[in-house]
Design a protein around this ligand. Structure first.
Ligand code: UGA
Length: 351
């Protein structure tokens, strides 16, 4: 099988490539702006890579969409601070450029596996979010934080409609706060420049205080990347068409923790790492309002728990890695290596 991964050097793309190259005989054709996470496969006979921009290399993309069996368009800006500071760039990259790729998939009859997001549920009041029945609830347009969720939601709808009217073969997956090695660069000091786990870790390692936005009572279900990749491999294998026309929440409802608990857990687990005991002991946790931290166009999601019934029934998938273990492995991957990927220009450009 030939697999096209746009954003192959990103968090999900690089982990998925590792799994594919190690465990299957499939070939990965990848494109990204940089190659620090995937450089180790240079020269691998089943890995082809073009360093390039989804905005420029239209012909290369069209050729590969046509040639490959399946396409994963993983390129996106995925850091909430960017939704507020650069809403148009989020729209252009996350929506417009991905729409072009999805259209090509429909045109060339190539299967698409599209990264939707837990963010599409917005401020949904349901206890557990269901892919096919939960309402998607956003704030006013003055709160540009929702532009990412809106862009992803509209693409979800376009893909479903293309499935119905143009025979597009698709699967949507919705990651719920996937964490692990290579999540974001921890070297960008700017507040909000990466997702919360790497943001906290960077501050801790630089001996800066970590900030709880609005007291940190908001909750997320943190999911280890290995569990996410397990789900993606099942989707890729698509045994008896089990993933076709499916929308799947991929998250760990048992790892439902507040951001304050995350901060405390990270400090505790960092303290268990050899050489970091003192840093952990001196760690400071401070609080700041969301208005101050992100600006007035931000609005937070207070809680976000996935129903994973569909992924269980159709894909046979359940997450296995608990919260402490997921956080421990993430911290270890950053503290145990001396060279870290640094692709950040203040936001991440590939999921
Ligand atoms: C993220 C991003 O939108 C996407 O990466 C993704 O689609 C989605 O979630 C997902 O992975 O499920 P969010 O969980 O709000 O959204 O992003 P984080 O930046 O990781 O923030 C999590 C929480 O931590 C927020 O409530 C935020 O206010 C808080 N936070 C963040 C702090 O308290 N302090 C910080 O320094 C940073």
């Amino acid at each position: 099988m030939d697999i096209l991964i746009l954003g192959v050097n990103g968090f999900i793309g690089s982990h998925l490539t590792a799994e594919i190259l190690e465990k299957t005989d499939w070939t990965v054709h990848g494109m990204d702006l940089s190659s620090d996470r995937i450089g180790k496969w240079e020269g691998h006979k089943r890995f082809r890579f073009l360093e390039g921009d989804i905005d420029i290399n239209h012909e290369w993309i069209a050729y590969h969409v046509r040639k490959c069996d399946v396409c994963l368009p993983l390129v996106a800006i995925a850091t909430p601070a960017s939704y507020v500071s650069h809403p148009l760039e989020v729209f252009e990259l996350d929506f417009e450029h991905n729409l072009r790729v999805v259209r090509q998939c429909a045109k060339y009859k190539t299967r698409v596996i599209f990264p939707s997001t837990s963010e599409v549920y917005g401020m949904c009041p349901d206890d557990e979010f269901d892919e096919e029945s939960s309402p998607l609830v956003y704030g006013p347009v003055t709160k540009s934080r929702w532009i990412y969720a809106c862009a992803k939601q509209l693409l979800d709808r376009v893909i479903l409609a293309m499935g119905r009217d143009r025979n597009l073969q698709y699967t949507l997956f919705r990651p719920f706060n996937w964490i692990g090695p290579n999540l974001d660069s921890i070297h960008s000091a700017k507040e909000g420049s990466s997702r919360v786990v790497t943001q906290f870790l960077g501050h801790l390692l630089r001996e800066e205080p970590i900030t709880l936005v609005d007291g940190g009572s908001q909750r997320r279900c943190f999911t280890h990347i290995d569990d996410g990749i397990d789900a993606l491999m099942r989707i890729l294998k698509n045994d008896k068409g089990c993933a076709d026309s499916g929308i799947f929440n991929i998250g760990n409802p048992k790892n439902d923790h507040s951001i304050k608990e995350l901060a405390q857990t990270m400090v505790r687990l960092l303290g268990e790492c050899k050489g970091y005991e003192k840093i952990a002991k001196n760690a400071r946790i401070v609080e700041q309002s969301a208005d101050k931290y992100y600006g007035g166009q931000y609005q937070d999601v207070v809680r976000r728990v996935p129903s994973i019934k569909r992924a269980g029934e159709k894909l046979g998938w359940t997450p296995k890695i608990g919260f402490d273990e997921a956080v421990r492995r993430t911290i270890a991957s950053y503290t145990e290596t001396s060279t870290q990927p640094d692709t950040s220009e203040g936001w991440s450009v590939a999921r």
